[in-house]
Design a protein around this ligand. Sequence first.
Ligand SMILES: NC(=O)c1ccc[n+]([C@@H]2O[C@H](COP(=O)([O-])OP(=O)(O)OC[C@H]3O[C@@H](n4cnc5c(N)ncnc54)[C@H](OP(=O)(O)O)[C@@H]3O)[C@@H](O)[C@H]2O)c1
Length: 312
Amino acid sequence: MADADRRYTSTVVVDGSDLSRHSGRWLTISWRPYMGDPQMKTMQLAGRSDIVAIGQGTWHMGERASERRREVAALREGIALGMNLIDTAEMYGDGGAEEVVGEAIAGLREQILLVSKVYPHHASRKAMPQACEQSLRRLGTDRIDLYLLHWQGQYPLAETIEAFERLRDAGKIRHWGVSNFDVNAMQELQGSACACNQVLYNLEQRGIDFDLLPWCRHEAIPVMAYCPVGQGMDLLHHAGLAAMAERHGASPAQIALAWLLSREVLAIPKAVSPGHLRENAAAASLDLSAEDLQELDQLFPAPRRKQPLAIV
Ligand SMILES: NC(=O)c1ccc[n+]([C@@H]2O[C@H](COP(=O)([O-])OP(=O)(O)OC[C@H]3O[C@@H](n4cnc5c(N)ncnc54)[C@H](OP(=O)(O)O)[C@@H]3O)[C@@H](O)[C@H]2O)c1
């Protein structure tokens, strides 16, 4: 299953229309071996097809000078383990996380798919170019591969898209996308070049399974899951998840990540601890059986009705 192209065939209803009856627009993601590890699952994102489906988050990095060396080392170790997508934001550590990322990717820039996010209050024609320049300076690079609107704010989306596209035309960013957008906001982007929606999604918080994930699949817009291991809290202590992990000789976090990949969603766990990093990278090679997935559906049922989009 891991190496095969897969198509969605379930019945999906959004706003009363049955998306499964539409033809020819199912999102198909190829899962191919990554050069470093023949088993690592990769997906297509932002014009690249070699993106290991588990990337690296950076929230809370760059907040304390005393942690900086450890954080840089963690990101570099993660890259060495094959995790070639790094997610950051101008917000994290008030620019500090972008500086940590800049130090970590020095000399390795070409390998990395670099994702950063612009504050909603900078998402205007006037403010975005300067915000982007500052991010580029902190990141020590001349372009951001995927630049996301962190959440929807006061500026009309049309203006934000225009600002993104000007930056793209100027070569400052390669692709743009959004974060924390529910279906109604995504519908406003229909037909645009939006390359990704980054949202909170994990076994415990499956709200998007009801409508947003099917909608994005139908529109072939990749979904990137933040808080994929539930911020290292309750999810990882769930007895049923722990039992499945033990059967696989894996950790609960690895099962949680492998489940996201089985949904063809890219995960961006943040890890500074070397043990966590190794576990997370190895989860990109972990296959769950149909029985495992069924059991996870029983342990963590998908929603039966619309849920408000979860955010942190
Ligand atoms: N777009 C948005 O609005 C938004 C919001 C939140 C987050 N994000 C992005 O998504 C990334 C991930 O979300 P997150 O950082 O909130 O949560 P997360 O990745 O679910 O959890 C991070 C926490 O889990 C621990 N951890 C990581 N791997 C583990 C493992 N294998 N076993 C046990 N614990 C593990 C980490 O510890 P150590 O660090 O000690 O290893 C850290 O404390 C962020 O870093 C950020 O880049 C985006």
